[in-house]
Design a protein around this ligand. Structure first.
Ligand SMILES: Cc1ncc(COP(=O)(O)O)c(C=O)c1O
Length: 338
């Protein structure tokens, strides 16, 4: 590894509680390579050599699909556990269909490439794994052709937001992109302008993050995370038709709520004002894990901290991803042997 420093991928308050990251922290690639190797143009190359040409189609038009996968280092087991690797890669390959992209590799080959790269980089800390299937044609004009490629990189990754604190969020003035415009379920590179607008607006207004409403005015999801609310005994989450990314963590939280806490999750439309009435609001996602929301639009949720059900789910999820719960061992792929 070139550096042992843990960098958050996206401009965000860090685990030390500082609101501002330094310029160096905010621009990890400018600060020097954060991994030794990347997978690019069919092979593992030095990280610095994984560079795209200015004419690359995806660079110009956002015409790619990607995944965000996490691996957690266990000091006790001296192993790195990649969470839901196969499910993420399957989603990547399925999403290629939306853009009519041909990844050029099978699910198993992509998953193996992700693992091989992490191993080659020798990470012994929490990591983020990003495979991207992108249009590699060097050409002007948004129409896509058959020139497509797979790239994978890893970076060290700490907390997206410190999960021990509830975050303060706003309902974004930006609506979630519609399925018939740019499908949120596709995890399409260019679609993340929608998230960028929402996060940037929220941070500049003094919030930690944002909640999207969809085109119908119902709650959709967070900027890069799915959303749950608790009203009394019920856990509720927007349905997959609410212009959400069909989150892998969302599905896992559903399983854990049912099997570990005895709570069946209801999937239904959520009104904006139900957020204000909720006893708990929390986000979930690969990056964010399980994250409590303390206020929405300056209205306190519950006691304003991480709610009791959120805390339980955080504890259960954290134990699983760190390899401490054998019952869910099949969620994890060990990087260094079994
Ligand atoms: C827009 C959006 N919603 C939800 C999620 C959470 O999805 P997952 O749990 O599959 O990481 C993500 C994270 O990738 C996201 O980008």
């Amino acid at each position: 590894m070139t550096t042992e420093k843990t960098l958050d991928a996206i401009e965000t308050p860090d685990a030390t509680g500082r609101d501002e990251m330094t310029k160096e922290e905010r621009r990890p690639v400018d600060a020097g390579p954060v991994a030794d190797y990347a997978f690019f143009e069919g092979k593992i190359v030095p990280f610095d050599q994984a560079r795209v040409h200015i004419l690359t189609h995806t660079f110009n038009y956002g015409t790619g699909v990607f995944e965000g996968i996490r691996g957690y280092w266990s000091d006790e087991q001296k192993n790195l556990f990649v969470v839901r690797l196969r499910e993420h890669v399957e989603r990547l390959v399925t999403n290629c269909r939306i853009l009519m992209l041909e990844p050029g590799y099978t699910v198993s080959e992509i998953a193996d490439t992700c693992l091989e790269l992490v191993r080659k980089n020798g990470f012994r800390q929490d990591v983020y794994v990003r495979p991207i299937v992108y249009c590699s044609a060097l050409r002007v004009g948004p129409g896509m052709n058959e020139e497509q490629a797979l790239a994978v990189y890893n970076i060290p990754m700490g907390h997206y937001h410190d999960p021990s604190h509830a975050i303060d969020v706003m309902v974004s003035s930006w609506r979630r992109t519609d399925d018939n415009a740019i499908p949120a379920r596709g995890k399409i590179n260019g679609a993340y302008v929608n998230s960028s607008l929402a996060i940037t607006e929220a941070k500049r207004a003094g919030f930690d993050d944002a909640i999207f409403l969809n085109q119908n005015g119902n709650v959709s999801e967070g900027s890069v995370m799915n959303l749950y609310i608790r009203r009394g005994d019920a856990l509720i989450t927007p349905p997959v038709t609410a212009n959400i990314l069909e989150g892998i963590t969302r599905a896992d939280v559903m399983t854990l709520a049912r099997d570990e806490l005895g709570i069946d999750v209801v999937e239904r439309s959520i009104d904006r004002t139900e957020l204000y009435h909720a006893d708990e609001v929390f986000f979930c996602g690969t990056g964010a894990k399980v994250l409590g929301v303390g206020s929405v639009d300056r209205r306190k949720i519950g006691e304003g901290g991480v709610g009791p059900v959120t805390q339980k789910l955080q504890g259960i999820y954290d134990a699983i991803v760190h390899g401490k719960n054998r019952k869910y061992a099949d969620w994890l792929t060990p990087v260094y042997g079994s």
